[in-house]
Ligand binder design. Structure first.
Ligand code: HEM
Length: 241
C-alpha cells in the first residue's frame, strides 16, 4: 500500500506539517483579526477576565505548539529533500525549488522565533499581571510595554505569513528557472537577509516611522505583506535563469 512506502511516510510528514501550520496561522489570524481589535474596545474587566480566565492562555498553548510542530516537520522535510531528494546541499541550492522552499522556510522560521522568544515570554507577563489584578492586586509595571511589543511582533508575523505561504506553496507549483551561478545565489541570500533583518529590527525596536505605520492597521499589514512578496518574488526570479 502506497501509504506505507517511503513516499507514504513523506506524505504523512507533509500532512502533519499542514495540520500544524493551519493550527498556528489560524490562531495568529484570530489574535490579529479578532482578539486584538476586540481588546482595543473591550471594558477592562472583560479583558482581564479573558486573560486571567485562561481563554488567552489556552489559545497561546495551541499557537506556540502548532508553531513548534510546523517548524520541526518543515525542517525535517527540507533535510529529506536536501540529502535524499537532491543528494546534497550544493545540489539543493542549484535548484529553484531549493531557493523557493528556503525563502519560505526561513521566513517561517523567523516567525517561529518571534512566537517562542518574543510573543510568548511577553504574554506570560501580561497574563500574570491580569491574574494579579483579578485577585485584587497590582498590575505588573512592565506588562503594558511588553504586551505592546508582543502585539508588534504578532503583526510582523501576520505580514510575513503572506510571502512565507507564497514561497511555501510555489516551491512545487510555480515554475522558476534555476540559479544562474554563484553570484545569483549570493544575491538571493543578500535579498533574503535584508528583508529578514529589516522586518525583525522593526519588530524589536520600531516605535515610530513608516514601519510602525504599516503595522498599525490590518490594511497596512496586508499591503506590506503583498508588497514584500512582490519584492522577494521578482528579486529571486530576476536572479534565476
Ligand atoms: C516554520 C517554518 C517552515 C518550514 C521550514 C516549512 C517547510 C516546508 C517544506 C519543506 C514543504 C514541502 C514543499 C514541497 O516539496 O512541496 C512545505 C510545504 C508546505 N507548507 Fe511549510 N514550512 C514552514 C512553515 C509553514 C507554515 C507556517 C505553514 C502554514 C500553513 C506551512 C504550510 C505549508 C503547506 C500548505 C505546504 C504544501 C505546499 C504544497 O503542497 O505545495 N508551512 N513546507
Amino acid at each position: 500500500m502506497a501509504l506505507f512506502s517511503a513516499e507514504g511516510w513523506l506524505f504523512l510528514l507533509r500532512w502533519f506539517h499542514f495540520l500544524a501550520g493551519i493550527t498556528w496561522i489560524g490562531l495568529l489570524y484570530y489574535f490579529n483579526f479578532v482578539q486584538t481589535p476586540f481588546f482595543a474596545t473591550a471594558e477592562p474587566p472583560v479583558r482581564t477576565g479573558m486573560l486571567a480566565g485562561s481563554l488567552v492562555g489556552r489559545a497561546l498553548w495551541w499557537f506556540r505548539w502548532g508553531a513548534m510542530l510546523t517548524f520541526i516537520t518543515g525542517w525535517l522535510y527540507i533535510l529529506h529533500m536536501m540529502f535524499h531528494g537532491y543528494g546534497g546541499v550544493r545540489e539543493f541550492f542549484a535548484s529553484a525549488y531549493g531557493w523557493k522552499i528556503f525563502f519560505g522556510g526561513m521566513l517561517g522560521s523567523l516567525m517561529w522565533f518571534n512566537v517562542w522568544f518574543v510573543i510568548w515570554p511577553a504574554q506570560k507577563i501580561v497574563i500574570a499581571s491580569a491574574t494579579q489584578v483579578a485577585k485584587g492586586g497590582q498590575a505588573i509595571a512592565e506588562a503594558a510595554a511588553r504586551g505592546q511589543r508582543s502585539g508588534f511582533a504578532s503583526r510582523t508575523n501576520t505580514l510575513l505569513s503572506i510571502p512565507m505561504l507564497f514561497f511555501m506553496g510555489s516551491a512545487s507549483h510555480l515554475s522558476m528557472g534555476d540559479p544562474r551561478g554563484p553570484g545569483a545565489k549570493i544575491g538571493a541570500l543578500i535579498l533574503l537577509a535584508i528583508v529578514m533583518i529589516a522586518t525583525e529590527v522593526n519588530a524589536m525596536k520600531g516605535t515610530t516611522g513608516p514601519g510602525k505605520k504599516i503595522l498599525a492597521t490590518l490594511n497596512g499589514t496586508f499591503w506590506g505583506g503583498f508588497i514584500l512578496t512582490a519584492i522577494l518574488y521578482f528579486g529571486l526570479a530576476g536572479l534565476m535563469r
